[in-house]
Design a protein around this ligand. Structure first.
Ligand code: NIG
Ligand code: FE
Length: 406
């Protein structure tokens, strides 16, 4: 068999030891192969080793380190607009919630997204994806949640679908109609019923739903019925949980068998232990803690208690205008208490698991998609240390160079 391409001269090929979910201490056990080559056939990894089997094309990667392409399992694309004034207001003492309660925050992006044409929304976020490819990202999750009505929620989901088809990064969609409570409804229950009224249309785009379960937004008792109904309809559930206040979201995620509980910045030890003992993946996003000047979720505690931890950016115009995995990994290691190895597993195998893609993404192994980040470092352990340096030499997606200059 002739390979389509052979990446030659790699210093290290680094991969989690098995597919996601990888739990607890196993997250820290990477498989590292020194001085080897990666063969690609039909967009998949077909060879890993020191030989040079025949290939149509050689990709010279002398001295580079190969990691699975980063899987960002939590962003808020597609959005549009700029909320830098809120960032400055927070520095003057206003809280994230106060800004939202006064009609800013999520609501200001809702206004911008409702106003934008589908083409504007598409183009704005296409640019984001091109930049993300240059950071070594090969798969991205995005959500609705800036529409808050049927027309605009479906517009966001259509744009995600179009983005997925129009550029090389895989774009996976989630329905987040329950992102905020629009005040033209009598109460939250009425709004959540309204959302359930068009889930058949949502299903054309995604089988995954999320909710902002938080004090002052949708609290656990307001969320439970809605989420149970979604589960009945066949949706996988994810939850923004205990992001700002320890309000019971993480525990509800376990009760409902959610795929993930995301953020957990404010979660107490009992909640973290409950999650660690379950099959719910804790998705940590330290970029948000940094951007909001909040505490950091206890990644070390989750790993010690044998939990499944994934990392994501939370890229959005309000709470975290960050998409670069180098920054997120720096913070995960220096603030959340993960080791470099755990952070790598969290951003690859475990984030692929959150997106139901653990069989094709998140590992450098024969049969896996040839989604590869090629990094210019002495060793993979340099990753958090090099957080502001340009180390992504190239990004390979299904065997093709999509960013960088190789
Ligand atoms: O994950 N918490 C809710 N949603 C986002 C923020 C969205 C926004 O501020 O626009 C988050 O932090
Ligand atoms: Fe988020």
């Amino acid at each position: 068999m002739e390979l389509d391409a052979l990446i030659v001269g790699l210093k290290e090929i680094v991969s989690p030891i098995h597919k996601g979910p990888v739990r607890g201490k196993e997250m820290g056990m990477l498989r590292v192969i020194k001085r080897a080559n990666i063969g690609i056939k039909d967009g998949k990894i077909a060879y890993i080793g020191t030989e040079k089997p025949p290939a149509l094309r050689k990709i010279q990667a002398k001295g580079l380190i190969a990691l699975p392409g980063f899987v960002d399992c939590h962003t808020h694309i597609p959005f549009i607009g700029n909320r830098s004034s809120e960032f400055l207001m927070r520095l003057e003492g206003k809280s994230y919630m106060e800004i939202m309660e006064n009609g800013g925050g999520i609501f200001s992006t809702v206004e911008a997204v409702r106003k934008a044409s589908e083409t504007e929304l598409f183009q704005y976020n296409m640019k984001n994806l091109v930049e993300m490819a240059h950071c070594g990202i090969t798969t991205v999750e995005g959500k609705s949640g800036y529409g808050l009505d049927e027309k605009s929620e479906l517009k966001q989901l259509r744009v995600l679908n179009r983005l997925n088809k129009s550029q090389p990064i895989d774009v996976i969609s989630t329905f987040l109609g329950a992102h905020a409570f629009p005040h033209n409804y009598r109460d939250k229950r009425e709004y959540l019923e309204y959302l359930l009224g068009f889930t058949d249309k949502v299903k054309e785009y995604t089988d995954t739903a999320d909710i902002f379960c938080e004090k002052g937004v949708f609290e656990p008792d307001e969320s439970r019925r809605f989420l149970k109904e979604l589960v009945k309809q066949g949706f996988r559930i994810r939850m923004h949980a205990d992001e700002l206040v320890n309000s019971g979201g993480g525990k509800l995620a376990v009760e409902l068998g959610a795929v993930s509980a995301d953020h957990l910045i404010a979660a107490d030890e009992v909640t973290l232990e409950t999650i660690a003992n379950s099959d719910v993946t804790a998705v940590l996003m330290p970029g948000t803690s940094f951007f909001l000047k909040e505490k950091y979720a206890r990644g070390d505690f989750l790993v010690e208690h044998n939990g499944i931890v994934a990392l994501g950016s939370d890229f959005n115009p309000g709470s975290c205008n960050i998409y670069n995995p180098q920054i997120v990994i720096h913070l995960a290691v220096s603030r959340n208490g993960l080791s470099v190895e755990e952070a790598i597993t969290a951003y690859t195998a475990n984030s692929a698991h959150v997106l139901s893609m653990a069989d094709s993404k998140g590992l450098l192994e024969i049969g896996y998609d040839a989604d590869i980040a090629l990094l210019d470092m002495d060793s993979y352990i340099d990753l958090p240390y090099m957080f502001s340096r340009k180390i992504v030499t190239a990004t390979i997606k299904k065997g093709r160079v999509i960013a960088g200059d190789l």
